[in-house]
Structures are given as C-alpha cells and as structure tokens.
Design a protein around this ligand. Structure first.
Ligand code: DC
Length: 226
C-alpha cells in the first residue's frame, strides 16, 4: 500500500462527533469532483471487527491486529467488510462508543495511518475525522475544524436516528456525546484538537448548504476551486 501522492491537494475537515463533518465532506468532495475519506468509518469497522471477535476494546494488541487485518472496501458510497456490506451496522451508538475506545490506542492509530494516507489520489481528497489536519495530512492545503454546540449535535443525531427508524433517548444521547467528546479530546495520542492553521467554523446555527458554501469559498480563496 503506498502512502499517497503528496502533490495531490487535501482538504481536511475535523471536529467532534455529530458536528456534520461527514455530510459537509461529501458535499464539498462532490462539488470539486474529489475523493472522500470517512476516517471514522475505519475506526468503526475496527470496532465492529473487535466486537465480532468477541472483544470489548480493552486489549490494544487485539484491536490493532484487527485494524491491520481489516478487509475494508469503500464502493459506491457503501462500506464492505470482506464481501459483506456493513450498512448501518457501523452507525449504531454502541459501535460509535467502541470505536472511540479502540481509537484511544496508539497501536490502532498507527495500524490505520498508511491506509488513510493511501486515499490521497488525483485530483484531490477531502478527508474527515479527528486528526486529519494534525496527524494524517499535516500538509493539507485547507484545514477546517467544524464545531457545534453539544446540545445541537445531540438534537441533529437524534433526528437522523429517528429517520432511520432507530429509537433513542435524547438525554442518553447527549450524555453519550459528552463522554465521547471527553475521551476524543482528552486522549494522549492524536486527540481531537483544531490544527494551529485550521479555520474554525461553528455550524450550531448554520444549515448544511451555508457551511458547504463557506468551505467552497475558502477553497476558491486558496486556488483549490474555480
Ligand atoms: O466520526 P465518527 O463518529 O464516525 O468516529 C467514530 C470514532 O472514531 C470517534 O469517536 C473517534 C474515532 N476517530 C478517531 O479517533 N480519529 C479519526 N480520524 C476518526 C474517528
């Protein structure tokens, strides 16, 4: 696996859980005709593999070996583990929590580093996650840190889950997001933090389209889009 072509431009979109990074990354990538990397999906796939092997994420070596051996493919907007599409199996709150737990192990992060960099391919890549601008693509041409108030993020996630027919209690969801934020921001390795050269965008009171337009405006200002 090669580590990506450093001449290919990258836009990173980092931020806390449910800040809308994935949606914004997809829209921006589509507008530019670039590739997209949902790095959280790799941590979620690792968590699913750990769970399927009967683990609970407390064994760093086991989790790292699952991460290294991941037979993951992204095709037509779908995620496959082996030949099976994982569908919404990696989008549950339980897998999100386990993903946040395994992501705290430096061994797991190291195991996924080159795999993430290999998504860097012409004409460009939009990568979303927690450490895209700080660790994985420190030379990105544009770094965005997308934040939003935790109560608003909980409401958005609640609405998304209801739309998928998954019923959850909003108070539990809010507590879950708070705990995940604490773990992602507080971990020793590659914590969730805005890169020193990131542009901070607060989406608490902005719709998807205005955030996308703001990011595309930043791209134009840097000569990344016409
Ligand atoms: O973005 P997400 O909710 O799908 O990510 C799931 C978990 O994976 C998140 O709680 C932390 C971890 N993660 C990470 O540590 N680094 C990334 N670049 C992406 C996700």
């Amino acid at each position: 696996m090669h580590s990506g072509d450093s001449a290919v431009p990258v836009i990173t979109i980092d931020g806390p859980t449910a800040s809308g990074k994935g949606t914004i990354a997809r829209h921006v990538a589509q507008a530019l005709g670039w590739h997209v990397l949902d790095s959280g999906a790799l941590y979620r796939l690792t968590a699913l593999a750990v769970q399927q092997a009967g683990g609970d994420g407390s064994d760093a070596r086991q989790a790292a070996s699952q991460a290294r051996g991941l037979d993951a493919r992204f095709e037509d907007g779908q995620v496959f583990l082996g030949d099976l599409p994982v569908g919404d199996d990696i989008r549950t709150e339980a897998i999100g929590v386990l993903a946040s737990r395994v992501a705290a192990w430096p061994e797991v992060r190291a195991a996924l580093l080159e795999r993430q960099r290999s998504f860097r391919a012409p004409p460009g890549l939009v990568a979303d996650g927690r450490d895209m601008g700080t660790v994985v693509f420190p030379d990105a041409a544009l770094k965005v840190f997308l934040d939003a108030d935790v109560a608003i993020r909980a409401e958005r996630r609640h609405k998304q889950l209801i739309e998928k027919g998954i019923s959850v209690n909003i108070t539990d969801l809010l507590e879950d997001l708070r705990l995940r934020d604490l773990r992602d921001r507080g971990r020793a390795h590659a914590p969730l933090v805005a890169a020193h050269d990131a542009v901070i965008v607060d989406s608490s009171h902005l719709g998807v389209e205005s955030v996308v337009q703001q990011v595309l405006g930043l791209c134009r200002a840097r000569g990344l889009a016409a």
